[in-house]
Design a binder for this molecule. Structure first.
Ligand code: FAD
Length: 460
């Protein structure tokens, strides 16, 4: 292994995006589209983050299904929408408009039908192609392990890959690690979990099964009005067969009709930024996959001949650090429908963050529906400043680590809104570079105009 080396010309960029998940991909594409020489660093072997490496092959937050008018509304434009169109065109995702909201095994209630199931392997390949087309310089198996700060700016990143520890340098950095790894390493302030006890919502190891009898499952769910099979689980509990800390079964049909993602396991008391916790949760999760699958085969309708097709390579972590940003969205802001002249993103998704100790209990689920007399459902706006950390001038933080109350994170953390934030971050660093500004000085009102022109924002 080489020792740390000096920055080679080839390792010097206008913008380095750290993390290749939904928000990082959108950030890198937006930055490169505006002429910035842009690199994207990803610690695993594929781009896509939780969407592919944690097996969450199901995009939420890009559509909203109006149960009253039966209209499926697009809520996110820009890079997210282009990606979805391309996935549907290539036959590797199902258009939500084609899913019958009242008769499908794609989720648990009509509004979940607004999700977009896709083929994870095919999307890995598509993302590679898109990043190459967009001239983003890719680095896989490359982990950011430190940030050096000089006079209030990040001067370089220390990264590690098979070549050793390397220094990389850019004019601007975007932290899309989901965990605010770069911001925390650079000394920016952050919050983590609940303020009282720092506990975070449970983590999940996802797995996929194939050879499922979709019609049998659907028939049972419809006849018993039981999408989560709670009465079967109750019986199994009484018989001592079910001893998991959760008591609902959550599954979503993916691109192929017999393939289902099982989003059911819940690992409590896991800090996704702690190496020991992740190791234990991953191994316990894998043991739980086999245990749950045995139960599914024996007792759950439609699964008797199912086979485990895939177990996620990366633990699914919903919540870790949230930066202390230049602006912060509180629960009250979100519920009151506050609007911002520097709006960069929005979410119409539910408040969805299961309780850290009671994983089947989602304290705020349902509060998004008709939040007050005037509005049918919640639409939460997010201002530019939630991505601007303190103490460092040339860094933006995007995705699930932005500055919002954790209840708001429950609504914002899904992939459509995370990609919006990423696209806004990539667009913002281009604006900052043009004027030689600190990220904090970017004109948010102008940025919003640009994002409307890009087709990212609409519908206020
Ligand atoms: C179990 C589970 C189920 C979910 N279900 C859904 C769903 O059905 N639909 C939906 O839309 N959303 C769902 N979500 C939420 C959504 O997947 C995430 O919130 C979203 O992917 C966050 O995007 P992100 O880009 O901020 O972070 P991530 O997707 O976490 O991506 C971060 C990327 O950064 C990389 N990285 C991290 N640290 C470093 C580092 N130091 N150096 C280099 N790279 C690094 C990671 O490997 C990863 O690729 C779910 C989440 C979980 C955990």
């Amino acid at each position: 292994m080489r020792a740390e080396i000096e920055i080679a010309e080839s390792l010097s960029f206008d913008c380095i995006v750290c993390g290749g998940g939904p928000s990082g991909i959108a950030a890198a594409i937006a930055s490169s589209e505006q002429g910035l020489r842009t690199a994207i660093l990803e610690r695993t072997g594929s781009f896509g983050g939780t969407a592919v490496m944690s097996g969450v092959n199901h995009l939420l937050g890009g559509r909203f299904y109006h149960e009253d008018t039966k209209v499926m509304e697009k809520t996110v434009g820009g890079i997210f929408d282009d990606l979805v169109d391309r996935m549907i065109f290539e036959g590797i995702a199902i258009a939500p408009e084609e899913i019958d909201p009242y008769n499908n095994p794609h989720g648990w209630y009509p509004r979940m039908a607004a999700g977009i199931p896709f083929d994870g392997n095919a999307v890995k390949g598509l993302l590679d192609r898109i990043l190459i087309e967009k001239k983003v310089v890719p680095y896989l198996f490359t982990k950011v392990i430190g940030a050096e700060v000089d006079s209030g700016n990040i001067s370089s990143l220390i990264v590690n890959n098979k070549s050793g520890n390397l220094k990389m340098k850019a004019s601007y950095y975007i932290d899309a690690t989901g965990d605010a790894d770069v911001a925390s390493s650079a000394g920016c302030r952050f919050e983590k979990g609940r303020s009282a006890d720092m506990l975070m919502t449970p983590a999940s190891l996802e797995f996929h099964v194939d050879n499922v009898d979709r019609e049998r499952l659907l028939e049972y769910q419809n006849q018993n009005k039981s999408p989560k099979l709670v009465e079967i689980i109750d019986e199994l509990k009484k018989k001592g067969i079910w001893d998991f800390p959760f008591d609902i079964f959550v599954t979503v049909q993916l691109n192929d009709p017999d393939v289902f993602m099982v989003n059911t396991l819940r690992e409590t008391f896991v800090d996704g930024t702690n190496g020991d916790d992740i190791t234990k949760a991953m191994m316990k999760g894998r043991a739980d996959v086999f245990k749950l699958h045995r139960i599914m085969k024996e007792y759950f309708p439609g699964f008797s001949r199912s086979r485990i097709r895939y177990i996620a390579d990366v633990l699914g972590v919903r919540e870790t650090r949230r930066i202390v940003g230049m602006k912060h969205v509180t629960l009250e802001d979100a519920k009151s429908g506050r609007v911002y002249e520097d709006q960069v993103a929005r979410t119409t998704y539910n408040f969805d963050l299961p309780d850290p100790k009671r994983p089947s209990y989602d304290p705020m689920m349902g509060s998004a529906k008709k939040p007050d007399a005037k509005r049918q459902h919640i639409s939460i706006e997010v201002p530019y400043g939630v991505m601007v950390p303190d103490r460092v001038g040339n860094l933006l933080v995007t995705g699930r680590a932005v500055s919002v109350d954790r209840e708001v994170l429950g609504a914002l953390r899904v992939m459509g809104p995370c990609m919006m934030l990423g696209e806004a971050a990539g667009t913002a660093v281009a604006a900052a570079k043009e004027k030689g500004q600190r990220c904090a000085d970017v004109n948010g009102k102008e940025l919003r105009k640009q994002l409307i022109e890009r087709g990212l924002l609409f519908g206020r």
